[in-house]
Design a binder for this molecule. Structure first.
Ligand SMILES: *Cc1c(COP(=O)(O)O)cnc(C)c1O
Length: 464
């Protein structure tokens, strides 16, 4: 019995000639297909050898073998960094790539990336130009800043600012703002790495202007205000307003730096979201240097944007660190195109996916949830489905307490576990990531993009 089964295992060459395996060679390299075939045959042999006599199958399941090989080739030949469907309802999902680039930018991005560009070339003079000039004027136009500089991310921006202004000197920060942002950005550690010495003032819940005033001396290079973007201290608290802090810094002749974190260019409170300080308000309030992320509430590519007084930005441009933190052409191209969209306040919410998702009202999400639920309901008794009213999150460590009312579809498989369904959806070529709440899978329509409901229906149908 065992002998017959072992003898029936196909030879590598025969397998490769099989239509279903040969077809894989159209999209995968021969060496990869051969490797997977050899591994599959060897593991099949081992399984048969190790199997109890009574458990042995009557014949080899070749069709299962083909499927195993085909799935494995596709898995290994696929991209590791690839598109997923975000059904979690977390809009600025750091693990899923934060902000989506506006589709209207895609063609321009492809062109600049796949062809030569003006990255560091001045077409007027025919001489070397600077990569930073592409977005500096636009940033100043949109925010009223004197000068601007863009680096790799906001962590790099804070590091560069502190290294330029505070290296070897003291920088004063409120104890209530010594935050850690996801992915190990800790204000005290960044400060140490930049060469600035941290001087903590106030207490966790309360810091007063007099605390700052008492800490400033000849060694003080600056005051740093950090937006506590990912948590809130509630109750008996106080922080010093930017205007008052700016007044004190001016009197003492030192710059005020503000790390805004998300740093939006529009006031989200007009759409019913919680009030967050905008970049323009921070500049108007008297900050000399402001930093924020490109891919949080701005809705652009990963980048760290620094705005501020010209002499400070000039000093940063000369800092050796700038060369190490510089952004590439794809970032600059995407950032310029994203910023250009802000010139039209009507279009910006429609065009930038992050803004569209953050400001979409619950009523307009409902019809999409109803449609998805009825399509899933039509799949039959394999799933129990229901409309589910819940809330989405801003994410990205921004507006942590903000709950965005939304509509979702809750799905519970009738013959399998919810956890296994979630795993199977993640294992697809186009993976679907959803939340599990009270043993049901929740698909939040706020972050599901156009056309993706079709994929969800297809996926759940295929898994019956
Ligand atoms: C998110 C955040 C950072 C880090 O920004 P990255 O762009 O992720 O590097 C720094 N400071 C604050 C206050 C933040 O919210």
């Amino acid at each position: 019995m065992r002998k017959n089964l072992l003898r029936a295992i196909p030879k590598v060459d025969d397998l490769i000639a099989e239509e279903r395996i040969a077809g894989l060679l159209e999209s995968a390299p021969r060496s990869l297909v051969l490797e997977v075939v050899r591994e599959a045959l060897s593991s099949l042999r081992q399984e048969l050898v190790a199997c109890e006599e009574s458990e042995l199958p009557e014949s080899l399941d070749l069709s299962a073998l083909f499927k195993k090989i085909s799935d494995e080739v596709k898995r290994r030949n696929g991209f590791h960094l690839k598109r997923v469907i975000n059904a979690t309802g977390v809009v600025i999902h750091t693990n899923l790539g934060r902000s989506l680039i506006a589709p209207s930018i895609a063609q321009h991005l492809t062109e600049v990336s796949c062809y030569y560009s003006t990255l560091e070339y001045d077409l007027e003079t025919g001489k070397r130009g600077t990569r930073y000039s592409h977005v500096e004027d636009l940033l100043c136009e949109l925010t009223g800043a004197e000068a601007a500089l863009v680096v790799n991310n906001n962590a790099a921006a804070v590091m560069l600012v502190l290294s330029t202004i505070g290296n070897g000197k003291e920088v004063v920060v409120s104890r209530g703002q010594l935050v850690e942002i996801g992915g190990a950005f800790r204000v005290p550690d960044v400060m140490r790495a930049s060469g600035a010495e941290l001087v903590e003032v106030g207490t966790t819940n309360k810091t007063h202007l007099r605390d700052y005033a008492a800490a400033i001396n000849e060694q003080t290079a600056a005051v740093l205000k950090v937006h506590t973007s990912n948590y809130r201290i509630l109750g008996f608290t106080s922080e010093v307003e930017i205007e008052a802090l700016a007044g004190l810094c001016k009197e003492k002749g030192i710059p005020l730096i503000e790390d805004l974190g998300s740093g939006s260019l529009i006031d989200f409170s007009q759409f019913g979201l919680m009030k967050e300080p905008t970049v323009i308000e921070s500049m108007k309030g008297g900050a000399d240097v402001v930093t924020f992320s490109g891919d949080k509430m701005l809705g652009g590519p990963q980048a760290g944007i620094i705005l501020g007084r010209k002499h400070w930005i000039d000093a940063m441009k000369k800092n050796q660190l700038t060369r190490a933190l510089r952004v590439d052409k794809m970032t600059l191209c995407t950032l310029e195109a994203t910023l250009k969209l802000y010139r039209d306040p009507e279009a910006v919410r429609r065009e930038i996916p992050t803004l569209r998702m953050l400001t979409e009202q619950q009523e307009t999400i409902l019809p999409r949830a109803v449609a998805l639920q009825s399509r899933l309901e039509a799949l039959g008794e394999a799933y129990e489905t229901a409309l589910y009213e819940t809330s989405s999150e801003v994410g990205g460590g921004s507006l942590p307490l903000e709950k965005l009312p939304t509509w979702a579809v809750a799905v519970k498989p009738s013959h399998s576990s919810t956890q296994r369904l979630a795993e199977a959806l993640r294992a697809r070529i186009l993976p679907i990531v959803a939340r599990v709440v009270e043993d049901r899978l929740i698909f939040d329509l706020r972050t599901i993009q156009e056309g993706e409901s079709d994929e969800i229906v297809l996926a759940l149908k295929a898994l019956i």
